[in-house]
Design a protein around this ligand. Structure first.
Ligand code: URA
Length: 257
């Protein structure tokens, strides 16, 4: 089949978007898989075990921070989290700390790790487009992550790492005093929301988030993660419905956003 015909068929089948930066020939024979080799021993910095008192120290450091700057400094000094040793930079937050709207992602990837800013890679560019579609940008919201250091190789954070990062995120949110928190993806939604229900069931429904030091619970909207939407474009219509719900609530509660 000529390349142009192949392209035409893809368009007719509804492929209207490139998923990868480089073309990939999925019809090419698969390369032989190399024989499995035993994993090499991890370097000491990667294999560093979690220190037993780390969650308690995380709680104490986070609770003692009276300002966002103090919280960022406390996090930067929290070397007990093994992820701090392997990351290039702490990825604390981006956007406006005075905004009443906060987005919480999962963990930085490679580009975020290098830049020290959340959501600057492919999923971040897509997040910016999602925000623009409801007329907002990073000047009217705050963006942060559940985990502030890149897990090596983008692996999932362990339960122990989540437990020791959570007090910092909760304190960050309490200091920001937001009106609305949007969690992006299953990990931040389930961890902050204290639930194991799946993101496809949770997304698009307003919940409430109680935070220490705040007298009233905060409105919480779980949404699908932009990276998942890039991999699963058929789900974008649900994300669009959720963005419209968010826009509606912003019009009621944050007219400036
Ligand atoms: N994915 C996230 O959840 N956070 C980032 O900062 C980047 C990608």
């Amino acid at each position: 089949m000529r390349a142009l015909d192949a392209l035409r068929i893809q368009l007719e089948w509804g492929a209207d978007e490139a998923l990868d930066a480089e073309p990939l020939d999925r019809t090419a024979p698969a390369a032989p898989r190399p024989a499995a080799r035993p994993s090499p021993a991890l370097p000491a910095s990667v294999a560093r075990p979690t220190l037993p008192g780390a969650p308690a120290r995380a709680e104490a450091l986070a609770a003692a921070a009276e300002t966002i700057e103090a919280l960022q400094a406390a996090l930067a000094g929290f070397t007990e989290c093994p992820l701090a040793a392997t990351a290039t930079n702490l990825v604390f937050a981006d956007g406006n700390p005075d905004a009443g709207l906060v987005f919480v992602g999962e963990a930085p990837g490679e580009e975020e790790d290098l830049a020290g800013r959340p959501f600057v890679g492919a999923s971040g560019r897509f997040l910016d487009r999602m925000l623009a579609s409801i007329g907002i940008d990073r000047t009217v919201c705050r963006i942060t992550n559940l985990i502030p250091w890149r897990p090596p190789g983008n692996r999932n954070p362990t339960d122990a790492e989540i437990v020791m990062c959570l007090p910092f995120l909760r304190r960050h949110l309490a200091l920001l005093r937001p009106t609305i928190v949007v969690t992006l993806g299953a990990l931040s939604t389930q961890t902050l929301g204290g639930t194991t229900a799946g993101i496809l069931r949770l997304r698009g429904t307003w919940r409430e988030l109680a935070l220490d030091g705040l007298s009233a619970p905060v409105a919480h909207l779980p949404m699908l993660h932009p990276a998942y939407l890039l991999r699963t474009p058929a789900r974008k219509k649900e994300a669009w419905a959720d963005l419209l719900k968010l826009r509606e609530r912003l019009d009621q509660s944050l007219p400036q956003a």
